[in-house]
Design a protein around this ligand. Structure first.
Ligand code: NAI
Length: 287
């Protein structure tokens, strides 16, 4: 049984969509949940308490434990306040699921600074602020499970989502290092790359595809990654419509030069540099 019973879990952006499913499943499995949601619209404008409150009511009605929090993940104060609400309500924090997100889709050619900043602030800075505020507590208690939410738009690219893709790849860079730094404190950090029918994807995918992508499929993976039994760290797992698959960089055998090569030497060896036959999982230089 995925061990999250009695654990304190923060799920950001859990007033709807994927986050709501994660929060409901954590509560069902006996975790105490901070349901954080700013309550705004898909592009991050607006705010309200209703979304988070509704999920808390659902959890409590089903016999679980949860509190609502309406702070903004995109600011340092917001991150602190979210973690503080876990401490105030439940005394500590064990699990941080960074799920809150917005979209401002536009081709790079037309991107303005406001569109870039808004998306990077919520996804990358938001993940940083909440995780940063929780990190000392996790380290001190020698227990922690951090989950971040990436996307195929970051891993592989998606037309019109350069701001979103950059932020989503940023959180993968973050967990790669958190996995190394958290290891001796029993703090893991992993990423999920979900694919689900939510308000974020309702006009992006065709209806028949969306009908197969119930967000509930993604949450068991999140609860597993957040459980005591799962000690894997620094992993990226894709999940959608019942399919779950590890994603990892592969490093080719490559070409080795004894001396600094010329650009022409590189060109001459290009097919060897690019050849993925015999490629292995990429590994950090240290740690
Ligand atoms: P959603 O729009 O239903 O959920 C996002 C939630 O985050 C909303 O409830 C929103 O109010 C909240 N939120 C937004 N900004 C916030 C802030 N600054 N502070 C606190 N809460 C905030 O969308 P969905 O699909 O459930 O997205 C959840 C996560 O999954 C996001 O990070 C998204 O980028 C990611 N994702 C979703 C995919 C999908 O297929 N639905 C694909 C890849 C990634």
């Amino acid at each position: 049984m995925a061990g999250v019973e009695g654990r304190v879990a923060i799920v950001t952006g859990s007033g709807g969509g994927l986050g709501r499913q994660h929060a409901l499943l954590f509560a069902q499995r006996g975790a105490k949940v901070v349901v954080n949601d700013l309550g705004g619209s898909r592009d991050g404008t607006g705010a309200g308490s209703e979304m988070a409150d509704q999920v808390v009511t659902e959890i409590i009605d089903a016999g679980g434990e949860a509190v609502a929090n309406y702070d903004n993940v995109a600011t340092p104060d917001g991150g602190e306040a979210i973690v503080q609400s876990a401490v105030d309500a439940f005394g500590t924090v064990d699990i941080v699921v960074n799920n809150a997100g917005i979209l401002r889709d536009v081709t790079f050619h037309k991107m303005d600074d406001a569109q870039w900043d808004a998306v990077v602030k919520v996804h990358l800075y938001g993940t940083y602020h909440v995780t940063r505020a929780a990190w000392p507590l996790l380290r001190e208690k020698s227990y922690g499970r951090v989950v971040v939410t990436t996307s195929t738009s970051g891993l592989y690219g998606n037309f019109g989502q350069s701001n979103y893709g950059a932020a989503k790849m940023g959180v993968v860079g973050l967990i790669n290092t958190l996995a190394l730094e958290g290891r001796k404190y029993n703090v893991t950090a992993n990423a999920i790359a979900p694919i689900a029918a939510t308000r974020m994807t309702e006009d992006i995918m065709p209806t028949e595809m969306l009908s197969a992508l119930d967000p509930a499929y993604v949450s068991p993976l999140v609860v597993h990654l957040a459980s005591e039994e799962c000690t894997d760290s620094g992993e990226v797992i894709l999940a959608g419509g019942g399919n779950y698959a590890r994603v990892h960089y592969m490093q080719a055998k490559g070409a080795q030069f004894a001396e600094v090569p010329s650009p022409d030497d590189i060109a001459a060896q290009w097919s060897t540099i690019m050849d993925m036959d015999g490629a292995q999982l990429g590994r950090p230089l240290s740690g």
